[in-house]
Structure formats: structure tokens, C-alpha cells
Write a protein that binds this ligand. Structure first.
Ligand SMILES: *Cc1c(COP(=O)(O)O)cnc(C)c1O
Length: 646
């Protein structure tokens, strides 16, 4: 993968908010919800129809601190969820009207993208007036969807592999008058479904998922094509149709479904899929299959890195273009084929929820290769390699930095060999390393001021970058950053009116060397580090990991038993555009919680410790009062937050 760091050529005195925007691209990934305020803090505009509303994220953090809520924490803006649901539905409605399209739009939210009850409730509520429904892909998701999607006009679409119980649950939904569409992913499901429908005496709404020929582009392109996990081939679809005709249920086939992958980075894949699916729909319709809906699946992408490109964490289109390509694409094919325009369904999950939540965490410290200096004074009898290194440092000026860089790199290599042969002492190595890093830092400052650094010097910022240690777990909060190198925007919450002088990658507090983030917004594609500010003594430095509302919120695991984060829901006031309140606090995992999920019993743990302390008291090693305090402390920690209390 190509990586390139952002340039930091603006001198500190001339640093402006435009420079900060150029580096962090807050507006570009923010989708209208995030920007950098005049105070240098991140602002949130949670309602797209009220652009004057601005919540200062630093003030939210201060309010949380005074309410005693520990960090790291997830901050949710339910207004953003509502806004996204409204935007999607309105865009489809407006485009349908403008295109004089003859079907309607009836979207569903795929529950797997964020199953949190509060999220599902808010989405169902915001979507009620558009008859926006839910999509489920497993039994637990279906059980939740049945209870929450109570609107009889909205769809509940069922994907995923299904056993008899799943199908019975679905038919239960049909019995109570819900619009449940059972999407057949695999031919054998159809036989089971027909038997059960006859037994229970209900007519199901059947969907057929087609295995598309077109491939999505990006990380999820294997979701379609002949090796795809889900869906029926054209011959299976034709066989399914003749089977249903035979059992007199072909009139139950209501929906054609496809899904070519998540995060479709290139709009051309969407266009091609629409072309293919609209033809399949038309041909089936012409065979007297009374399809009413076509479901275009998910895939609407989120521009995580703000590059508006086809890179894996971005996309080269927006919502309007996506919707127009679907609506006009279907209209064109259907008109040519003289079939009715089908109602359109989409299953956009990522785009609905990504923006509404972020993780805020505190930087606890810095790990830097050149942090701790050793004395570099010249001593008699010093080895010539050390002397040469010192001479190289002294010779450095604004013209010869490339040459000096070559010299010190070579000397460092020589020194490593000399050390291995026992020629250099430990003290001499320490001295040499100190001079090396100091010289490299000076060169780095010189090239930072350059508009274009020579190619071979570009690795210097990476070598010198710091690791900022932050109080969070990659495995809990940013699973895709670890699993698939997804870029998530990471930005300091404050001080954006100040030049960030350091390049940093992030490391978390898990005992896992994979617990780090080293993929950031970069100049072309991704960078290995991101500019951050020098940590000030006695001042908290908070950073935000943004766009975590899709998948990241719910896919985290218990690595190192850190567990779920504290959460707050922030709501704006209608009458004061700058004000907000914490509507709800959801406590994160306590140590007791996470240990219990691993089958420990907290009371037994405490007893075991008490027993040992008691026997030390008997032996006179611990005073009784001290013993009581120790056991109290152990119990207090059991009830406490899993993350660092700093
Ligand atoms: C995961 C999934 C979705 C959601 O996709 P997004 O890219 O998040 O919009 C929709 N439909 C199906 C069948 C899925 O498996």
C-alpha cells in the first residue's frame, strides 16, 4: 500500500484553522455533522436541517468530567442517526418524484451494523413516517426485529441462512400481520419454507437473492460473483420459480434481492449491479412472476478518510448520485423491457450509523525512540565510529542534510555490527544512538519546512514519529482498524488552532503488540502517522476516534477483558443552538461484569483473597486494620471500570 505523510510546512506562527482542516479533513469526512470551530475545538452539528446548531465537543467532555463519567467513553448523537435516516428517505423520495418513477422507496436498516437497542429504537422511530423497516440476518436479530419493527406497513427483510426455527419465527411475524419477506439464500431453504407455510397455513412473502455476476470493488468484493457465499444462481432461480409454480405459490415471490458487498468505493460497481439486477427483474416479471420489490442491498459507502476517492476507506460518490443511479437505472431498463417500475428497497447500514458515535479517549503518555538521552561527551579512547557520528552532527547545515542523513545511517549500521563483534561497549552504543537520534530530529525539522522533501528522506518522519499511548482497546473500539486496516478519522478534540508539532501513531493499553493504530488520513492514500500536539504537563489531551457508529460499536471483543465503554447520549436544546445535555449515561463494563462473562464468580474471588489476608493476619504479617482495607480495596476494584483510571 502506498503511504505518504501529510506535509507540515506552515510555520507555527502562521498556523490557521484552514491548515488544521487540510491535515484532518474534518469537514470532508464530517458529512455536515463535524467541523473545526473558531476556538480550535471540534464542533458537532447534529441536525442537518439546523446548520446553526453547534455543540462544542470539548464542552461535552468537560460536562462528562464534572458528572464523574470515566474515559474512554462513547459519545452518541441520536440526532445524527435521525438526520441520516431522514436524508436517505428524502433523497429517494425526491429522486423518485423528479424521475417520475412509478414505484416507491421502502428501505430497511440492517440490524447487524449496530444492534444496540437505543440505536434500533431511534432508527425505527425516525423512519416511522417513511415506513422504514429493519433487516435481520440471524435468529437473535429477527427476534429483536419482530419486537421493534411494529409498523405494519414497513418491511422486515430476512437474510442469512435459516433453520426451521428461524422460518417458524418469520411465519409467526406474517401471522401477526407484519410484512415479513423471507429471502431465500440457498435452494434447500425454499423446500423447508413451503412445507412450513402449508403446515401453518400462511402465505409468506418470498424474496430470492440472486448471486450477481458483477463484483463490488473494495474489501468486500467477494460478496458477489460465482464464489459468493449467499444467493441463487440464475439456474437455481429458474428452478425455484418452477418449483413454486408446481406448489401453487409462485404468486408469493415478491422481492428480488442482491447485495454485492459493503463499502462500495466505486460508483461504477453500483451502476453495473443496477444494470444486471434490473434486467433479471424484468425477465422474471415477463415470466409472470409478480415481483413487487427489488432490494439493492447495502454497500452505500462512508468516506472515512475524506479523500472522495476509490481508496478502500473512501468512495467516489455521494448519497444523491447513489440514489439517482438506482432510480434512473431501474427506470431505464424497465421502460425498455415494458415492465412496471418495481418498488425499491435498500439496506444501507454503514452510511446510516457511522457518523452518530465516536470514541473519546485521553492520551496517557508518549513513547519515543529519542526520548531518553545519554551523555555524549567526548572521552579519551572513544571508538572512531562514535567520533565520526559526532563529527557528522557537527557538520550538519541547511544544505547538506541529505548527505549527513546518508552518513549517519551508515554509521549506525556499522555500529550495530561493531557491537555484535564486541568492539563497541554498551556505553559507546548509548552515546552513538543518542547522537544519531538528535541529528535525525534536526534533519526532520529542516525537511518539515520544505514543500517537497526528497524521496529518500520521506522515511525520516516515520522513524521519528512518537507513539501516543491512549486509554482504549483497539480490539474493543476499532475492530476494523485492526482486522482490515480500515482508516478511521482520528483528531485531537482541541488545540486545532495550534500547529501540531509531532507525528504520532497510536498504541492502546492492551498487552498486545497488535493493539495499535498506524493507518491514518494521508496525503494520497494512507499515512503511518498523524500530526498531534505536544503533550502539556497538567493538561489533558483528548483525542476523538470518529465514525465508529457502524460495525465498530458492536464488533469489539474482550481482549484483555477491557469490555464495553461508558456511553453518553448527547441531545441538543431547541432554544439555544450552543447548548446540549446528557440525556442518558450507560455505564461501561465493570471488572465484575467482564469476569462473570468468563465464568468467574466475583464473590468467590473476593473470598479467596480474604482467606489469604486473614491467614497473614493470624501470622502477624498484616495488621487487622490494614487487612480490612486491603480486602475493601480488592472489592472496590471488582466493581470499578476496566480501563485505566487516569
Ligand atoms: C451487511 C449487509 C448489509 C449492510 O451493508 P452496508 O454496507 O453496511 O450498508 C446489507 N445487506 C446485507 C445482506 C448484508 O449482509
Amino acid at each position: 500500500m502506498q503511504t505518504k505523510n501529510l506535509t507540515l510546512s506552515t510555520p507555527a506562527a502562521n498556523w490557521s484553522l484552514e491548515d488544521a482542516e487540510r491535515i484532518y479533513r474534518v469537514k470532508r469526512w464530517g458529512n455536515g455533522y463535524f467541523d473545526i470551530g473558531d476556538s480550535g475545538d471540534i464542533n458537532v452539528t447534529p441536525r442537518y436541517d439546523q446548520p446553526d446548531l453547534k455543540i462544542n465537543l470539548r464542552e461535552v467532555i468537560e460536562e462528562m468530567q464534572s458528572a464523574g463519567i470515566g474515559f474512554p467513553a462513547v459519545i452518541r448523537f441520536h440526532d445524527i442517526l435521525r438526520s441520516q435516516v431522514q436524508k436517505l428517505n428524502k433523497t429517494f423520495r425526491n429522486t423518485i418524484e423528479e424521475a417520475q418513477y412509478e414505484g416507491i422507496y421502502q428501505g430497511v436498516f440492517p440490524v447487524k451494523v449496530n444492534q444496540m437497542r437505543e440505536v434500533i429504537e431511534e432508527i425505527v422511530h425516525a423512519g416511522a413516517r417513511y415506513n422504514y423497516g429493519l433487516e435481520a440476518g440471524s435468529k437473535p436479530e429477527l427476534i429483536a426485529a419482530l419486537a421493534y419493527n411494529t409498523n405494519k406497513k414497513s418491511l422486515t427483510i430476512l437474510n442469512g441462512y435459516k433453520d426451521e426455527e428461524y422460518l417458524r419465527l418469520a411465519l409467526l411475524g406474517s401471522k401477526i400481520g407484519r410484512k415479513i419477506v423471507i429471502v431465500i439464500e440457498k435452494y434447500s431453504e425454499l423446500i423447508k419454507l413451503v412445507d412450513l407455510a402449508k403446515e401453518l397455513n400462511v402465505e409468506p412473502m418470498i424474496g430470492l437473492r440472486v448471486k450477481m455476476m458483477v463484483k463490488g470493488r473494495g474489501k468486500w468484493e467477494s460478496s458477489s460473483g460465482e464464489r459468493a457465499k449467499f444467493g441463487l444462481t440464475i439456474s437455481e432461480i429458474l428452478n425455484a420459480v418452477s418449483y413454486l409454480e408446481k406448489v401453487e405459490l409462485s404468486h408469493c415471490v415478491k422481492l428480488l434481492h442482491f447485495h454485492i458487498g459493503s463499502q462500495l468505493t466505486d460508483i461504477r460497481a453500483v451502476k453495473e449491479a443496477v444494470q444486471e439486477a434490473s434486467l433479471i427483474y424484468s425477465k422474471l416479471y415477463q415470466m409472470d412472476i409478480p415481483l413487487e420489490y427489488v432490494d439493492v442491498g447495502g454497500g452505500l459507502a462512508v468516506d472515512y478518510d475524506g479523500s472522495q476517492s476509490t481508496s478502500d476507506s473512501s468512495c467516489n460518490y455521494g448519497l444523491e448520485e447513489y440514489v439517482a443511479d438506482i432510480v434512473y437505472g431501474f427506470k431505464q431498463t424497465c421502460n425498455l423491457e415494458s415492465v412496471p417500475h418495481p418498488n425499491l428497497v435498500s439496506e444501507s447500514g454503514r452510511a446510516m450509523t457511522a457518523h452518530h458515535s465516536c470514541v473519546v479517549t485521553k492520551v496517557l503518555g508518549e513513547i519515543h525512540p529519542a526520548e531518553n538521552e545519554y551523555t555524549t561527551k567526548k572521552t579519551t579512547g572513544e571508538h572512531i565510529i562514535v567520533t565520526n557520528m559526532r563529527d557528522a552532527e557537527n557538520a550538519l547545515n541547511e544544505q547538506n542534510f541529505q548527505e549527513v542523513f546518508n552518513d549517519i545511517s551508515q554509521l549506525k549500521e556499522k555500529a550495530a555490527n561493531a557491537f555484535k563483534l564486541g568492539i563497541l561497549s554498551l556505553q559507546e552504543m548509548a552515546k552513538l544512538e543518542t547522537i544519531y537520534w538528535r541529528t535525525l530530529s534536526t534533519i526532520n525539522h529542516q525537511i518539515d519546512e520544505l514543500e517537497f522533501a526528497p524521496e529518500e528522506l520521506r522515511e525520516i518522519p516515520d522513524k521519528l514519529s512518537s507513539q501516543y499511548l491512549a486509554n482504549f482497546s483497539v480490539f474493543q473500539s476499532t475492530a476494523d482498524s485492526w482486522a482490515i486496516d480500515q482508516v478511521l478519522p482520528i483528531v485531537p478534540i482541541s488545540r486545532l488552532n495550534e500547529k501540531p508539532q509531532k507525528r504520532c501513531s497510536l498504541v492502546d493499553i492492551t498487552c498486545d503488540s497488535d493493539g495499535k493504530i498506524d493507518h491514518f488520513i494521508g496525503e494520497d492514500e494512507v499515512a503511518k502517522n498523524i500530526p498531534m500536539h505536544q503533550l502539556n504537563k497538567d493538561e489533558d489531551y483528548f483525542i476523538g476516534i470518529f465514525l465508529t457508529g457502524a460495525y465498530q460499536d458492536v464488533m469489539g471483543d474482550m481482549h484483555n477483558l477491557f469490555g464495553r465503554l461508558n456511553e453518553v447520549h448527547i441531545v441538543s436544546y431547541d432554544d439555544d443552538p450552543k447548548d446540549f445535555y446528557i440525556e442518558e449515561v450507560v455505564k461501561g463494563s465493570s471488572v465484575e461484569n467482564v469476569l462473570s462473562t468468563m465464568q468467574y464468580t466475583p464473590a468467590i474471588l473476593a473470598q479467596a483473597i480474604k482467606k489469604e489476608i486473614d491467614s497473614e493476619i493470624v501470622r502477624g504479617k498484616i495488621k487487622p486494620r490494614e487487612g480490612v482495607n486491603l480486602i475493601d480495596f480488592y472489592e472496590e476494584c471488582l466493581q470499578g471500570y476496566t480501563y485505566l483510571n487516569i
